[in-house]
Design a protein around this ligand. Structure first.
Ligand SMILES: *[C@@H]1O[C@H](CO)[C@@H](O)[C@H](O)[C@H]1NC(C)=O
Ligand SMILES: *[C@@H]1O[C@H](CO)[C@@H](O)[C@H](O)[C@H]1NC(C)=O
Ligand SMILES: *[C@@H]1O[C@H](CO)[C@@H](O)[C@H](O)[C@H]1NC(C)=O
Ligand SMILES: *[C@@H]1O[C@H](CO)[C@@H](O)[C@H](O)[C@H]1NC(C)=O
Ligand SMILES: *[C@@H]1O[C@H](CO)[C@@H](O)[C@H](O)[C@H]1NC(C)=O
Ligand SMILES: *[C@@H]1O[C@H](CO)[C@@H](O)[C@H](O)[C@H]1NC(C)=O
Ligand SMILES: *[C@@H]1O[C@H](CO)[C@@H](O)[C@H](O)[C@H]1NC(C)=O
Ligand SMILES: *[C@@H]1O[C@H](CO)[C@@H](O)[C@H](O)[C@H]1NC(C)=O
Ligand SMILES: *[C@@H]1O[C@H](CO)[C@@H](O)[C@H](O)[C@H]1NC(C)=O
Length: 769
């Protein structure tokens, strides 16, 4: 996947090569002489996507293509998670200056194509301290290489008995000059010259002390085999040369494990190798490590590595989070973690003759794709009136590309606003995002939930992340809900000439509420009793409250007009607690109005057009106490406003009501009163508890006013609606003189007997009001 070469680019670049020499900036590259190879690492951010290496040999340059690398002992690899590009060169690679197998000199160019090409030249000399073993096998990622000490290759004298038939054949066909015969699956193929072998992809070379063979994997003269279930690639070549009666034979065998896909992982990246890479080879010792290092196997247990060594195989488990491993995110159908490591294994073996073989295996090992589960946590605090959604376990190599709230997509960069806020929190190897979206946001859908008796707020969120290395998008969807209490309904109100109209569109949540006028439930019965007009259909509730029906509060009464206020209370249907109210005040005009305030004041406007027909003027009218005149008067009426404990107001207890009454007298002349109008305020006893506990007039509700005219003492007074009662056009003088009404003794304001006799509860209160 990521170990590729940029072959196409390379072939393009080869056509025209005008590179400018440059020197490496500080810190972008690093070279290292390892035991068996030389390594150059360059930051990928420096090389970019378009680069290649060249091997320099004297004055010639050799671009290292994928094919050429496998042939000549080079390996170029890109480690995306580590962010670097690596070139490894075998000490026996084609263009390395080898001084007695002790000192190796390398020269390379790195060509970076970045607008114009830049060439970075590099040279290094390595003297590996580890002495060469008689036989060395290197299993690189892209090739295998075997080298043997020249003096091991002793001439074979007379043909011993029991030779391998394939060697027999080689022996017989040996001709002067070196030739090679490949042996696949026990059969020797037709010998060829070393040049022919090179045309077939095999390189043979003789150094000062060693004989080297190298081959890319998968050539036709190589073969695959299985050892204990692990598949191996084997190259078996017999080099020979006949000189007179002597035949030199060199048996070169290299076997390497192939990269297998391993599916049992359990938190480990697995490497499995047979202990005997080919028959006759007995493993005596092994060590392994990451990134070019090798550790004694005894050290690795405490480093968390898992080892299982049997007679036939070595199984090594590298923990995903071991130092030196890399993790990266991968998007396929889902989001995954991929752990990789640059693994090295050394196996020491003793051949029958006691000669040592060192096998080094270098592999880029990967774990299987491991599903990365992002998770959301609902951290909503309903009182904050917003969603708080926490998205955790986000890998550190992705960035948030967009957030989709319902249908609206917000792309990075994100800006806090009233629509949402986003807080990004980076932790070790992970990040977490906290998104807050107010319930009031247009992306939050709302629905009334009958079972919860609450509004369900619901928000669909889609987080889309971009995996940086892969430039692929992954989306994570979540839905959060939160319940909030339903807001009490509000009536629409309209003032009409004759009253106030309250309207309410029905909602599914209406059953949560009880509507009351004061403490009385608003029912069809109540409406009928009080003269309200109630229309309740499935779509809408409408209540028409005619002026002067019970429940109105009148204020600011003047002769010109007054305000009438009516209130519908919204209560919780279970607890009856007050939740809201719809209050409406309208300006009205009426010929007559009487207001009985909660603090015990009567304000009354009376119409005197009939009463003054026989004489007298409204501005001379008085209450029972003649000093109590009108507050205002005009040609048609008079306005009185007085506390209920003044102006000789009488008080009576009738049924459950305390009734205060006074009279308005119209004088014809200084001695004669032509007519009187009775004005009343009734208060329900239940609302007057303060009157009896603190001797303070305060009613829970305003009183009910009444105007009766003309009034005849002695006749029963019925509480009727003054607007519906047609005034009787009777003209009658009561003949009551001012002298007699002012003696303070007539209708009992100062005489408590009227009611004291009725109940003891009212003791004393009369004196106080
Ligand atoms: C063979 O080895 C010699 C000496 O080490 C070296 O100069 C030459 O380039 C090598 N040839 C190949 C094809 O590797
Ligand atoms: C190796 O590189 C250094 C600079 O890094 C340079 O001075 C030196 O001449 C080079 N040697 C060869 C043999 O090119
Ligand atoms: C294994 O090899 C190392 C060197 O690679 C050596 O130090 C150690 O003694 C060896 N252990 C055994 C048991 O051979
Ligand atoms: C080692 O692996 C073998 C076969 O794979 C298994 O039977 C054995 O239990 C393993 N040993 C340990 C210690 O895990
Ligand atoms: C949003 O505001 C919070 C503080 O309330 C801050 O920590 C965060 O960085 C801001 N996010 C962005 C995207 O500006
Ligand atoms: C989210 O949290 C809120 C408040 O704690 C809670 O009311 C709501 O049911 C939760 N929603 C989900 C989907 O868990
Ligand atoms: C009554 O009049 C006063 C003073 O003009 C005013 O502040 C108040 O709002 C009025 N009340 C009503 C119910 O109209
Ligand atoms: C009463 O009103 C009449 C006319 O309506 C006026 O002539 C008279 O002066 C007024 N009296 C007082 C005391 O205002
Ligand atoms: C007052 O008017 C009445 C009835 O009209 C009349 O009988 C009486 O004599 C008048 N008194 C005075 C002092 O004018």
């Amino acid at each position: 996947m990521e170990f590729g070469f940029l072959t196409s680019l390379l072939s393009f670049l080869l056509l025209c090569r005008v590179a400018k020499s440059a020197t490496f900036p500080d810190g972008v590259h690093h070279t290292e002489c390892y035991d068996r190879y030389f390594m150059i690492a360059v930051d990928h951010s420096f090389t970019g996507q378009h680069f290649y290496f060249e091997a320099v040999d004297g004055t010639d340059i050799y671009p290292i293509t994928e094919q050429y690398a496998a042939l000549c002992g080079y390996m170029v690899t890109f480690l995306p998670a580590a962010g670097r590009v690596e070139l490894r060169a075998s000490y026996f690679s084609c263009h390395t200056n080898n001084d007695n197998d002790q000192i190796f000199s390398f020269k390379f160019n790195l060509i970076v194509k970045n607008g114009e090409d830049s060439l970075y030249a590099l040279n290094e000399t390595c003297s590996p301290s580890l002495p060469w073993s008689p036989r060395e096998v290197t299993c690189e990622v892209n090739y295998l290489e075997v080298s043997v000490q020249s003096d091991v290759t002793c001439p074979f004298a007379p043909k011993p008995n029991g030779w391998d038939p394939s060697l027999e054949m080689v022996y017989r066909s040996a001709a002067p000059g070196w030739q090679v015969a490949f042996i696949t699956e026990g059969k020797a193929m037709t010998p060829m010259t070393l040049n022919d072998a090179r045309l077939n992809g095999y390189i043979f070379n003789m150094t000062e002390n060693r004989l080297v063979m190298r081959a890319p994997y998968g050539l036709s003269h190589s073969f695959s085999t299985m050892s204990d279930g692990i598949s191996l690639e084997v190259v078996h070549a017999v080099l020979f040369s006949r000189n007179d009666w002597l035949v030199f034979l060199v048996d070169l065998v290299a076997a390497c494990t192939k990269n297998d896909v391993l599916n049992d992982y359990n938190g480990y990246i697995i490497s499995e190798t047979p202990t005997a890479l080919y028959p006759g080879l007995q493993m005596t010792n092994f060590s392994f490590g990451l990134n070019g290092e090798l550790w004694e196997s005894s050290m690795t247990a405490e480093m968390g590595y898992a080892l299982n060594v049997t007679d036939s195989r070595v199984k090594i488990g590298i923990p995903f989070n071991a130092e030196g491993t890399y993790r990266r995110s991968v998007v396929l159908d889902d989001l995954y973690d991929l752990y990789t490591c640059h693994f090295a294994l050394e196996q020491m073996s003793a051949l029958d003759g006691g000669l040592e073989t060192r096998v080094r295996t270098l592999r880029m090992l990967s774990s299987p794709l491991i599903k990365r589960s992002l998770f959301t946590e609902n951290r909503t605090v309903p009182a904050e009136q917003m969603f708080t959604v926490y998205l955790g376990n986000v890998p550190d190599d992705v960035e948030l590309a967009s957030i989709k709230l319902a249908d609206r997509e917000f792309k990075a960069p994100f800006v806090n606003s009233s629509l949402y806020t986003l807080v990004i929190d980076s932790q070790d190897n992970a990040q977490a995002w906290t998104l807050k979206v107010p319930f009031a946001s247009p992306f939050v859908s709302k629905r009334f939930s009958i079972e919860n008796e609450a509004t369900e707020n619901k928000l669909d969120i889609m987080f889309t992340v971009m995996v940086r290395l892969q430039q692929e998008l992954y989306s994570y969807h979540t839905t959060v809900t939160a319940f909030t209490s339903v807001a009490p309904p509000e009536f629409d109100t309209i003032c009409s000439e004759s009253g106030i109209i309250f309207k309410l569109d029905h909602k599914p949540s209406d059953f949560l509420w009880a509507f009351t006028v004061g403490l009385d439930m608003l029912t069809p019965e109540l409406a009928a009793k009080r003269g309200y007009v109630l229309n309740n259909d499935p779509k809408m509730l409408q209540l028409d409250v005619p002026l002067f029906t019970q429940g109105y509060v009148y204020e600011n009464i003047t002769l010109k007009g007054f305000s009438g206020t009516f209130e519908i209370l919204v209560r919780d249907h279970n607890t009856f607690n007050l939740k809201a109210s719809s209050v409406k005040t309208c300006q009205f005009t009426a010929k007559e109005v009487v207001a009985c305030s909660r603090d015990g004041r009567m304000t009354v406007k009376v119409d005197l057009t009939l009463a003054t027909q026989n004489g007298g003027t409204p501005n001379t009218t008085t209450l029972v106490e003649e000093t109590c005149g009108p507050k205002e008067a005009d040609s048609t009426g008079a306005l009185f406003s007085f506390p209920l404990n003044s102006c000789l107001t009488r008080v009576k207890l009738i049924q459950d009501y305390l009734t205060y009454e006074n009279e308005i007298f119209l004088s014809l002349n200084s001695t004669t009163i032509s007519s009187s109008i009775l004005v009343q305020c009734r208060y329900h006893l239940a609302g007057l508890h303060l009157l009896f506990s603190r001797y303070k007039f305060e009613s829970d509700t305003p009183g009910i006013g009444n105007i009766v005219h003309p009034y005849t003492p002695g006749l029963p007074v019925t509480a009727t609606n003054p607007t519906t009662r047609p005034p009787r056009p009777t003209k009658r003088s009561r003949g009551l003189t001012r002298a007699s009404k002012s003696n303070g003794n007539h209708l009992g304001y100062k005489n408590p007997l009227n009611y004291m006799s009725l109940t003891k509860r009212y003791n004393n209160f009369q004196e106080r009001i």
